[in-house]
Design a protein around this ligand. Structure first.
Ligand code: NAD
Ligand code: UFG
Length: 339
């Protein structure tokens, strides 16, 4: 039996594929390569010394998905595939609802048709209502997301909750990620954003290698210790390990489970800059500018539930994050484009 990873060629999926292969699982990656390169998987195979099966396909292609689930003897699915750029989702809401919500519907229809009923889903802390009470536990209320990307994640959580309620033999994990960053310690695989990065850490490392001129720090008047935004940055290898534990916990169990995957501690933008400067041993040019629309002051996880139930906790700290992200960036200044 094998695990199918939708979107498994992307940032989080490729690191999870590596962790699963190392744990002895057979892995099938199903990806349309809309935001990824086949090269990431070649490197995963090289790093693990194991091979995986790659199927180029779209999750909205229900027939191909169904055929793949059967032909590859799949017993569980980890569902990473989707579009994830918050700003783009505001200008292209239909593409986001189609890909993320429509794609998940199609995936679940294919799974139901062949009787595969174990699913781990990539959700996000963005589903929580804005709150002044940190940390956020899984019991915190969900809100009305401020953008179509966030809405699509919440809609998918509803879809999966309704599906599991209707048929309790489904085993579903909703994993709410905080801010995934870093790369495999080899520096061979990592985050490879298209165009100018939206997220803080890839922006910092691209400024570090001189690909971008300076970092804009969005807002220095937040009610935080130094006035800049605070987030819970989780190393992607810790996140990947959380998927293996969640999959093992839910597989064949029946039920719907929600876990935060975060570290339980927040860092400000200025603390991130300092940590980067320490690792790269050079100053990072930055400028304090206005707040970015839609940003919140702070957000970090109560990671206790995953600790208690999954025996999972983040093991890597900020130095590991910076060291690994920097190694990936310096060894691959143009991402996978420079294979
Ligand atoms: P990514 O873009 O690197 O990976 C997503 C993968 O899905 C890509 O390989 C892309 O080619 C593929 N894909 C997209 N649409 C597809 C479709 N219709 N059919 C088949 N494949 C498709 O993103 P990531 O950072 O690895 O994120 C993975 C998941 O985690 C996403 O669902 C994302 O929304 C979620 N998430 C990410 C973050 C983050 O900050 N990176 C935070 C919270 C949640
Ligand atoms: N930031 C900057 N400059 C930049 C980029 C970011 O100062 O160039 C700041 C932001 O204002 C924020 C922090 O760095 O305070 C982190 O920003 P990111 O864009 O890296 O991450 P977000 O917390 O805004 O977004 C992340 C995911 C989204 C998800 C959201 C909520 O990228 O997918 O968390 O869960 F929706």
């Amino acid at each position: 039996m094998a695990v199918l990873l939708t979107g498994g060629a992307g940032f989080i999926g490729s690191h999870t594929a590596l962790v699963l292969l190392e744990a002895g699982q057979d892995v099938v990656v199903y990806d349309n390569l809309s935001n990824a390169s086949r090269e990431s998987l070649t490197r995963v195979e090289h790093l693990t010394g194991r091979s995986l099966t790659f199927v180029e396909g779209d999750i909205r292609d229900t027939a191909l998905m169904r055929q793949t689930l059967e032909a590859e003897n799949i017993d569980s699915v980890i569902h990473f595939a989707g579009l994830k750029a918050v700003g783009e989702s505001v200008s292209q809401p239909l593409a986001y609802y189609d890909n993320n919500v429509g794609g998940t519907l199609s995936l679940c229809q294919a799974m139901e048709a062949v009787g595969v009923k174990t699913l781990v889903f990539s959700s996000s802390a963005t589903v929580y209502a804005e709150s002044r009470n940190m940390p956020l536990a899984e019991t915190a209320p969900t809100g009305r997301p401020t953008n179509p990307y966030g809405s699509s994640k919440l809609m998918i959580e509803w879809l999966l909750t309704d599906l599991q309620a209707a048929d309790p033999s489904w085993s579903i994990a909703l994993l709410r990620y905080f801010n995934p960053v870093g790369s495999h310690e080899s520096g061979q695989i990592g985050e490879d954003p298209n165009g100018q990065p939206n997220n803080l850490l890839p922006f910092i490392t691209q400024v570090g290698v001189g690909r971008l001129q300076e970092l804009s720090v969005y807002g220095s008047d937040y009610p935080t210790a130094d006035g800049t935004g605070v987030r819970d940055y989780i190393h992607v290898m810790d996140l990947a390990a959380g998927h293996l534990k969640a999959l093992r916990y839910v597989a064949g169990q029946g039920g719907l489970y929600t876990w935060n995957l975060g570290t339980g501690r927040g860092y400000s933008v200025l603390e991130m800059i300092k940590a980067f400067e320490k690792i790269s041993e050079k100053p990072l040019p930055y400028r304090l500018v206005d707040r970015r629309a839609g940003d919140i002051a702070e957000c970090w996880a109560d990671a206790g539930k995953a600790d208690r139930e999954l025996d999972w906790r983040a093991e890597r700290g900020l130095e590991d994050i910076m060291r690994d992200a920097w190694r990936w960036q310096t060894d691959n200044p143009a991402g996978f484009g420079q294979a």
